[in-house]
Design a protein around this ligand. Sequence first.
Ligand code: GLN
Length: 443
Amino acid sequence: MEITDLSLSELAAALREKRVSAVEATRACLDKIHKTEDLNNFITLCETRAMRAAANADERLARGDFSPLCGVPVAVKDNISVRGVRCTCGSRLFDGHVSDRDATVVQRLESAGAVIIGKTNMDELAMGSTNESSAYGAVKNALDVTRVPGGSSGGSANCVAAKQVFGALGTDTGGSIRQPAAYCGTVGLKPTFGATPTDGLTGFCRSLDTIGVFARDCDDAATLFGAVCGRCETCLLDGDVRGKTIGVADEFFAAPVDDGVRCAFDGAVKRLQRAGAKIVRVSLISFDAALSAYHVLSSAEAAESILRFFGDNKSMLDKAGAEVRRRIMTGTYVRTGENYDEIYVRAAKVRAVIKSRYESALELCDAVVSPATSSAATKLGEKNDPIKTHNGDYFLAGASLAGLPAASVPCGVADGLPVGMQIIGGRDREREILNIGKAVMRY
Ligand code: GLN
C-alpha cells in the first residue's frame, strides 16, 4: 500500500507512530501529483515551501505534538491567499499577483501542522460548474478523464479524489464545493455562512461566500473543518442515526433527475431508514426559484464588486473570460436596468422566503436530504451552454441563500460514476451533517 492510499486519519496515526515521516508523506504526494499531472488539478505547486513545512512538522511530531493535522499534506483553492505564493483565481485578471499574507483559514491549517502542497485549479473567479472557465485549462475528472470534475472548486475536489493530497480547501457560494464533491466521489462540506473566516479570499459574492473542505470520508472532513473553523474537536463521529428525523423535500419528487441518480439516492435514503432514522416529507420552496434568485443576486453583487475593484482600470476586464463578462453584464442589468423591481427586488424577497422555509423545515427534522446534482459528472465540452451549466446547481443554491451548512457525500453510483447526496442541516450543525453522511457511506 502506498502512503497516498491512506486516509487522513490513517496517515495521522502512521505519523504519530513514526511509521512514516511528514517529509516522506509530502514527497509521496508531490510524486503522485507529477505522475498524474495531466489531470491539471494544480495552478501552482509550492514544493520548496511544502518540504520546509514538512520538515518543521517532523520536528513537532518528534516533540510529541500529535495534533491530527500535523504533517498532513493538503491543497488550497487558488482564490484563498497563501503568503508568498501567486493567487490567480483561475483568471488572467490577476496576472503577477502574489499574496502578501495568509488567509486566516490557511494560518489555522498551518498552525495545526498541515503542509500546504499547492493552489488548485478553479473556474475563473469561482464562476462556473465545470472548471472549464479556468484560464489555466480544464481539469480532467480522475475517475473518467473524458469528464469534468465539476466546479468551481474542481481542482480541490479532484486532487482529493485522485489521492494526490489528503484534504483540500474549497469555496462554495452557490454549490461550488458540493457539486464537484458529488462529481468526484469525495465528501465536500459547505459550512454555515460565517462559520469560517473569509479574509484573504478573493470573493465572488460576499453575502454568500463560504470556505469549506474536501476529504475522502466524513471523519476526515470533520477534522479539517474543526481546524479551519477554530473549534477543533477530535472526537470521532459515530455514524449513529437512530432516532434522527431526516426530511426529503416534496419538491424533489418533481425535479428533473437522471434515473441512475434517483435510484442511488433512493437506495441511500432506504439505508438511512434501515440504520434507524425516521424519514419524513418536508416542503421547501421550488428549487427553480432558489436557483434563479441565486443567479440574480450573486451576479448583481459580483458585478458591483468587480467594477468597483477595477475602477478606472476597466480596460483590464478585456482579460476576463466569457463567463465572467456574462455575469458582469447580467449583474449590472438586474441592478440598474428598468426591470430592477421585477427582477432584483423580487429575488431578494425570494431569498427571505427561502431562508424562513428552510429554517422551518429544519425545525421538523434533523436534516433535509436531496441528490446533490441531477446527473453524474458530465463530459468535457458538453456543458458549454451557460443555461445548462447554471442548472447544474439546481438543488444547491437554496442552502446557500439560507446560509445553512450542507454537505455532499458519496451515496452510490450511476453508470459507474459517483452520485452525491446533499445533506442540509440547521445552523452550526456541521458535525451532525457529517455524522449522517458517515451513516450513508457506511451502510
Ligand atoms: N456554480 C455556481 C455558479 O456558477 C456556484 C459557484 C460558486 O459556488 N462559487 O455560480
